[in-house]
Design a protein around this ligand. Structure first.
Ligand SMILES: [Zn+2]
Length: 367
C-alpha cells in the first residue's frame, strides 16, 4: 500500500508511556539513512581497491505478490540464531507458495526464514552482537561485529513494509505471547489476530529507562514503527518446545489473512473464548552486575515492594514499583543483558467501554 494514501501512518503514537524515544529514533533514522548512502558509495570505491576482502554475509529473502494491491507484510525468522521455530515455519510456508499449493490474493509478502545466518549456522543467539538491539543501518566504518553487516539488508526490507511479524522463542518455559508497541489500535488488532492470549507492550520505553543508549533500545519492530509501519514480535514458547513451529506457522497464516493477503478461510480460525491478558513493561533490570533475588517464573505475580534483584555486594537493590508480573527471567543473562522485566496489568488502546444505560429522569411534571 502506498503509505501516502494512508493518513493513519502519519499519526503520532499516542498513549505511550513516553513519546521521546520514538522522536529520538526518528531523528537518528534520517541521519543514518543519509550517512548510509554516502558511506555505501565510499565502501564500493574501497572494495574496488581491495578485492581480497571477505564478502559480507547475505540475508536471503523471498517475495510474493498478489494480483490485487494491498498491505506489505514482512516476516522474519531467526533474528536470534538458536530460535529455530521461525525458519521451520517460514520454509514450510515458502514451499507451499513456491509449489502453488498456496497463493496470495492481494498485497505483498516478504519472508526472511533466517535473518541471522551466521548465528543460525552456529545455533547460537548471536555471534558478536544481539541483532535485535541497536538495530539500524550502519555505515561501513561502524560495522565491527558480524551482525553489523546484517542490519542494512534487513532494514531495506522493512523500509517497504506496512507490517512486520518477527518470530522468536524464549528461554523461560511458558505459553506463546506477543510483544507489541503502543503505536495504535491497528497494531493491537494485528497482534490479536495471531491467536495468542498474552500481550506484553511498551518494551522499548522500559528498556530505554534502564539507562541504555536510545538506539540500543531499538529492535526490528521499533525500527519499523519509527518508519511509520507496525510490527509485533511473536514469542512462540520455550526454545526446545516442539509445538513452536506450528504456533509460528499458524500465526503467519493468521497475519496474512488479517491483512487480506490470503482469504480468511485459508488460515486456521483463532481459538474462541480466550480472554486477552495485557502487561505493560515498566522496568528492565540489566546484569550490571545484578542477579535476580530468587528464581522467578515467566509471568509470575509479584507485589509492590517485593525484592526483584540485587548487586553481588547487596548494596544496590531493585524492588517492584507496583503490583505486576515478572517477564522473561533469564538467570544466564550475560553482562549488560536483561535478567528480568517487571510489567503491570494494563491494556493499550482499551476497547471503548459500553455506555451505561441512562437512568430515566423523572421530572416533577411526570409524563
Ligand atoms: Zn529471540
Amino acid at each position: 500500500m502506498d503509505r501516502r494514501q494512508n493518513p493513519a501512518r502519519h499519526r503520532r503514537a499516542g498513549r505511550c508511556g513516553k513519546g521521546r524515544l520514538t522522536e529520538l529514533l526518528k531523528t537518528s533514522h534520517t541521519q543514518t539513512q543519509t550517512q548510509t548512502t554516502r558511506h555505501n558509495k565510499m565502501a564500493h570505491e574501497n572494495d574496488n581497491k581491495d578485492s581480497s576482502k571477505t564478502p559480507p554475509p547475505v540475508v536471503e529473502h523471498f517475495s510474493y505478490e498478489g494480483a490485487e494491491p494491498g498491505e506489505t507484510l514482512v516476516i522474519f525468522g531467526a533474528v536470534h540464531g538458536n530460535e529455530r521455530c521461525g525458519p521451520e515455519a517460514l520454509l514450510r510456508l515458502k514451499e507451499e507458495l513456491d509449489s502453488g499449493a498456496r497463493s496470495l490474493e492481494a498485497g505483498k509478502l516478504i519472508i526472511v526464514p533466517v535473518a541471522n545466518p551466521g548465528a543460525y549456522a552456529a545455533n547460537t543467539r548471536f555471534l558478536e552482537r544481539n541483532l535485535n538491539r541497536s538495530f539500524y543501518p550502519k555505515p561501513p566504518q561502524e560495522r565491527k561485529a558480524y551482525e553489523d553487516h546484517l542490519d542494512d539488508q534487513l532494514c531495506a526490507l522493512l523500509d517497504e513494509a506496512d507490517y512486520l511479524l518477527d518470530i522468536h522463542s524464549y528461554t523461560a518455559g511458558g505459553a506463546p505471547f506477543v510483544f507489541m508497541g503502543c503505536r495504535d489500535s491497528a497494531e493491537k488488532e494485528f497482534a490479536q489476530a495471531l491467536g495468542v492470549e498474552h500481550f506484553v507492550w511498551d518494551w522499548s520505553n522500559a528498556f530505554y529507562d534502564s539507562r541504555v543508549e536510545a538506539k540500543a533500545a531499538q529492535g526490528t519492530t521499533e525500527y519499523l514503527r519509527g518508519r511509520g509501519g507496525r510490527g509485533v514480535t511473536l514469542e512462540c514458547g520455550q526454545h526446545e518446545d516442539p509445538a513452536n513451529a506450528e504456533v509460528a506457522y499458524t500465526a503467519a497464516l493468521r497475519a496474512m489473512a488479517h491483512l487480506g493477503l490470503i482469504a480468511p478461510e485459508a488460515a486456521p480460525a483463532a481459538p474462541e473464548n480466550k480472554t486477552p491478558h495485557y502487561a505493560k513493561m515498566v522496568t528492565a533490570i540489566l546484569n550490571t552486575p545484578m542477579t535476580a533475588a530468587r528464581p522467578f517464573r515467566h509471568f509470575e505475580a509479584v507485589q509492590k515492594g517485593d525484592l526483584l534483584a540485587q548487586s553481588p555486594d547487596g548494596k544496590e537493590t531493585v524492588t517492584a514499583k507496583a503490583d505486576g508480573f515478572i517477564i522473561l527471567p533469564n538467570p544466564n543473562a550475560v553482562a549488560g543483558a536483561e535478567i528480568l522485566y517487571l510489567a503491570v496489568a494494563e491494556e493499550p488502546f482499551p476497547s471503548p467501554q459500553k455506555t451505561p444505560r441512562k437512568t430515566p429522569q423523572h421530572g416533577r411534571s411526570g409524563n
